[in-house]
Ligand binder design. Structure first.
Ligand code: FES
Ligand SMILES: [Fe+2]
Length: 414
């Protein structure tokens, strides 16, 4: 049974909250590079961990992420002038650089040193894989960005998209550690009842790791084989899930990172970063985002009942939601729980074992930080910063063998 206190503890992310403090100790996605593509282009509004921010790219290409409201009297810098290496408030002309220094206060007397006494909220940024990452924690604790596979992969081998989720981040990421739902929610062929019978109730395991946790699901495959899926959860809210069980195992399915980043307590930006060894064409990039609109909102959303088709549900698919990617069906399942699901009302079963493990990992990390211990996977030493082989895994084994004997594990680290 999950208590009200635990639910509050895990879901609130604003400044000063336990989870908000934990998440602020890692580099997290703030926005896509394409949202501020050009030097001196229009700034972008960013709401992140409950804070109102504004992102801009200055005349030299540097990215800044500033508190949205001007340090003078609060006008939004979203409307500011982005020019000559700074963002200038349109009310009285206070000008800021990417580091939050106040460069000009033109309405003050010429000999005033007022501007030197003020420092505006500014978070450091790094652009990697088409994403602007930021660090919102204490400066003296600034960690390295872990060197995941996508940190050094050429840009044309990656595709990234983000989408808005109208609920708390935890509901979103819990779906990635809920192996049994794939047999139901994502069953797109009702005649494939064998699949439902085979997959419906996998054996589950969860283990703590240095980067967070790994979740393992094991399904019977006939009398003498098992089908194993291993999904890493990476602190503070990232995941890698193996792609669907298709006849042909495409290992690129098991490379994609998913980032579940709280915009505030009741909304989330989730990013999907796909990788492969050959370039993506423009056509493929377009197709890979055909399920969102130009403001990264899903075309199938709560306001249109996810375009659910009851006839389709009756005759063809389990959900009746015809999706370009499974995340659209996931969004219906997780958003319809409400903005922050009251977990005192749930009834957890065996199939929720890995979700319980995920919550425990987050609870423990936030509690140990409260007690003054460093949270897991905060990387400070470049000698211990190779996560390039961190992937999800899926594979088939003789039924009497442990998942640790999967031959696929030799090439990767999970
Ligand atoms: S409110 Fe921004 S310069 Fe005055
Ligand atoms: Fe799903």
């Amino acid at each position: 049974m999950f208590s009200r206190e635990e639910n509050e503890f895990l879901t609130r992310v604003g400044p000063g909250t336990p989870m908000g403090t934990l998440m602020r100790r890692y580099w997290i996605p703030a926005l896509l590079s394409e949202e501020i593509l050009l030097r001196d282009c229009a700034p972008a509004r960013v709401k992140l961990l409950g804070e109102d921010l504004v992102a801009f790219r200055d005349s030299e290409g540097r990215v800044g992420l500033l508190g949205e409201h001007c340090s003078h009297r609060g006008t939004s810098l979203f409307y500011g002038r982005n020019e000559a290496c700074g963002l200038t408030c349109i009310y009285h002309g206070w000008k800021y650089d990417v580091d939050g220094n106040v460069l000009e206060t033109p309405a003050e007397p010429a000999d005033s040193d007022f501007k030197k006494k003020i420092h505006h909220t500014a978070y450091p940024c790094k652009e990697v894989a088409g994403i602007v990452f930021t660090y919102m924690g204490p400066r003296d604790k600034l960690p390295l960005l872990p060197a995941y596979e996508w940190v050094s992969l050429p840009a044309d081998r990656m595709h990234v998209v983000k989408a808005y989720l109208e609920c708390n981040y935890l509901q979103g990421i819990e779906g990635d550690f809920d192996s049994s739902h794939t047999s139901f929610l994502h069953c797109n062929n009702l005649t494939d009842l064998a699949r439902l019978n085979r997959d419906g109730a996998p054996t589950l395991e969860a283990e703590e790791t240095a980067y967070g946790m790994r979740a393992v699901s094991i399904r019977k495959l006939g009398a003498d084989q098992s089908y194993v899926r291993i999904s890493p959860f990476i602190m503070p809210a990232f995941s890698i899930v193996p792609g669907p069980a298709t006849a042909k195992f495409d290992e690129n399915d098991s490379r994609a990172f998913r980032f579940w980043i709280p915009s505030d307590d009741t909304s989330t930006w989730f990013y999907i970063l796909t990788m492969r060894d050959t370039p993506f064409s423009d056509e493929e990039r377009g197709a890979a985002r055909s399920w969102i609109d130009s403001s990264y909102r899903r075309i199938r959303n709560a306001s249109n009942h996810y375009l659910q088709d009851r006839e389709l549900q009756r005759t063809r698919t389990y959900s009746g939601i015809k999706a370009v990617i499974p995340a659209e069906q996931d969004a219906c399942a997780t958003e319809s729980m409400g903005p922050i699901y009251d977990r005192t009302q749930e009834h957890l079963g065996y199939s929720d074992k890995t979700i319980i493990a995920l919550r425990k990992t987050l609870l423990l990390a936030a509690k140990s930080l409260q007690e003054g211990r460093e949270p897991p996977h905060v990387i400070l030493d470049s000698k211990h910063n190779d996560f390039s082989r961190l992937r999800a895994v899926k594979g088939v084994l003789p039924a009497n063998r442990s998942w640790r004997e999967l031959p696929e594990l030799e090439k990767v680290v999970v």
